[in-house]
Design a protein around this ligand. Structure first.
Ligand code: GLA
Length: 400
C-alpha cells in the first residue's frame, strides 16, 4: 500500500512539474521576428540563418527580440507515409532540428507555424486531425513557439480546436508559447487565456497608416484601424495572456514618422513585438526604432497593463499606460494629415484607468522623459504645448 501511495505521489509531482514548465512563458509580451510580412512563403534555410545572425549583430536579440518564427511555407506539400509533417527538402535541406540548433546556438528561440484547419492559408498540410503527432514533432525539433492559424476551418469550433492543440503541446512536454492566430473571429479574448499566451485580435496588418488595403476577398488593416479595434479589448490583457494586434510593419514601407507612431502604439498597447522586416538589410533608422530601449521597456513593463486611448478630439489622440512603481507612459498622436497643436494640462485632466484602477496623480509633479529623443522635458507642473506633424507622436515616460 505504501508503495502505491509513493507511486501516486511521484506521479502527481511529475504532473505538477510538467504543468509548471508551461507557466510564465510570456509574463511580458513575446518579442521576436517572423518571416511572413516580408517573405511570405519565400523562406529558406540560408536566409533564416542569416536572419538569426542579423538578430544578434543588429542588437535586436539583446533588445529582447528572441523568438525567430518561421511562418507559412516551410513544409512540403504532403505529409510522409506515416503522417508526419516534412520540411520542404529544397528550402530546408538540413531539416528543422538542425535549423533549431543553429537558432539556439545564437541565444535565440525557435518558432514555427501551422494551422487549425485541413490546410494552411498558403495551402500546405494543416494540423486538423494530427494535433498530437505534430506537437510531438515540434517537441522533437526543439521548437519553442507555435503560431496556429485559422484558414480552412469550415465547421470547426475555434475554442475546441485551439484547446486540442494546446493539450497536445502540453502532452508533448516541451514548453512552447502558443500563439492563437484566429483573427478575432470567435472572440478568442474570451476563452484564450488558459489555451495560449496571445491571440490575434484582428485580420492581417498591412504596411499602411490609415487606409484599407484590399486583398481581393478580404481587407487587410492599417495600423490605425487595428489600434481602434484592439483598444476596446484591453480588459482581457494580462501577463501571460496578450491581445495580439499582429506583427510589426516597421521598416516595410511606411514613412519614418509612421513607423515611429506604429511602434509607439504597439508599446502603449502592450502588444507582442514581432518584427516583420528584412533585418539583414534594415536601415539605421529602422534599427533605431525597433531597438529603442525606453519604448521597449514601456511595452514590456512588468505590470502588464494594456494602455488606453484617453482622448480623441478632431484626430488628435492621447493615450496612457500605467507602469510599475507609479510611472506612466503618455502618447500624443496626430492622426490627421494637417499639422496640429498639442495642448495638454496635466493639472486639470483626470486620467483614470477604471479597469485596472490606477489614477494619474494631479497633485504630483512627474518628471517627463521624451522617449523618442531621450531628453528630459521638465515636469507635469506645466502643460504640454507643441506642434505635431501629420501622423507624428510625442511620447513621454512620467516618473514621480
Ligand atoms: C494568415 C495569418 C498571417 C500569416 C498567413 C500565412 O493570413 O493571419 O499572419 O500567418 O496566414 O499564410
Amino acid at each position: 500500500m505504501k508503495k502505491v501511495t509513493t507511486i501516486f505521489a511521484a506521479l502527481a509531482c511529475s504532473i505538477t512539474m510538467q504543468a509548471q514548465k508551461f507557466e510564465g512563458l510570456a509574463n511580458t509580451p513575446p518579442m521576436g521576428w517572423n518571416s511572413w510580412n516580408t517573405f511570405n512563403t519565400n523562406i529558406n534555410e540560408a536566409m533564416i540563418k542569416e536572419t538569426a545572425d542579423a538578430l544578434v549583430s543588429s542588437g535586436m536579440r539583446d533588445a529582447g527580440y528572441v523568438y525567430l518564427v518561421l511562418d507559412d511555407g516551410w513544409m512540403a506539400m504532403q505529409r510522409d507515409s506515416n503522417g508526419n509533417l516534412v520540411p520542404d527538402p529544397k528550402k530546408f535541406p538540413s531539416g528543422m532540428k538542425a535549423l533549431a540548433d543553429y537558432v539556439h546556438s545564437k541565444g535565440l528561440k525557435f518558432g514555427m507555424y501551422n494551422c487549425a484547419g485541413t490546410l494552411t492559408c498558403a495551402k500546405y498540410p494543416g494540423t486538423r486531425g494530427y494535433e498530437y503527432q505534430d506537437a510531438r514533432n515540434y517537441a522533437a525539433w526543439d521548437v519553442d513557439y507555435l503560431k496556429f492559424d485559422w484558414c480552412n476551418t469550415a465547421g470547426i469550433n475555434a475554442k475546441e480546436a485551439y484547446t486540442t492543440m494546446s493539450k497536445a503541446l502540453r502532452a508533448a512536454g516541451r514548453p512552447m508559447i502558443f500563439s492563437l492566430c484566429e483573427w478575432g473571429v470567435n472572440k478568442p479574448w474570451q476563452w484564450g487565456a488558459p489555451v495560449g499566451q496571445l491571440w490575434r485580435t484582428t485580420e492581417d496588418i498591412w504596411q499602411v497608416f490609415d487606409s484599407v488595403h484590399s486583398m481581393g476577398t478580404w481587407d487587410a488593416l492599417s495600423v490605425m484601424r487595428i489600434a481602434d479595434l484592439n483598444d476596446s479589448l484591453r480588459k482581457y490583457a494580462a501577463p501571460g495572456a496578450w491581445n495580439d494586434p499582429d506583427m510589426l510593419e516597421v521598416g516595410n514601407g511606411m514613412s519614418y514618422v509612421e513607423d515611429k507612431t506604429h511602434f509607439s502604439l504597439w508599446a502603449m498597447m502592450a502588444a507582442p513585438l514581432i518584427a516583420g522586416n528584412d533585418i539583414r538589410k534594415m536601415s539605421q533608422q529602422t534599427k533605431e526604432i525597433l531597438t529603442n530601449k525606453a519604448i521597449i521597456a514601456i511595452d514590456q513593463d512588468p505590470l502588464g497593463i494594456q494602455g488606453f486611448k484617453y482622448a480623441d478630439t478632431d484626430s488628435m489622440q492621447v493615450w496612457f499606460k500605467p507602469l510599475q512603481n507609479g510611472d506612466w507612459a503618455a502618447l500624443f498622436l496626430n492622426r490627421s494629415s494637417r499639422v496640429k497643436e498639442v495642448y495638454f494640462n496635466w493639472k486639470t485632466e483626470l486620467v483614470t484607468d477604471k479597469i485596472f484602477h490606477h489614477e494619474l496623480d494631479r497633485n504630483a509633479s512627474y518628471k517627463l522623459t521624451n522617449v523618442w529623443t531621450g531628453k528630459e522635458e521638465g515636469t507635469t507642473a506645466k502643460p504640454v504645448k507643441a506642434m505635431l506633424n501629420p501622423h507624428d507622436v510625442i511620447m513621454y515616460r512620467l516618473k514621480k
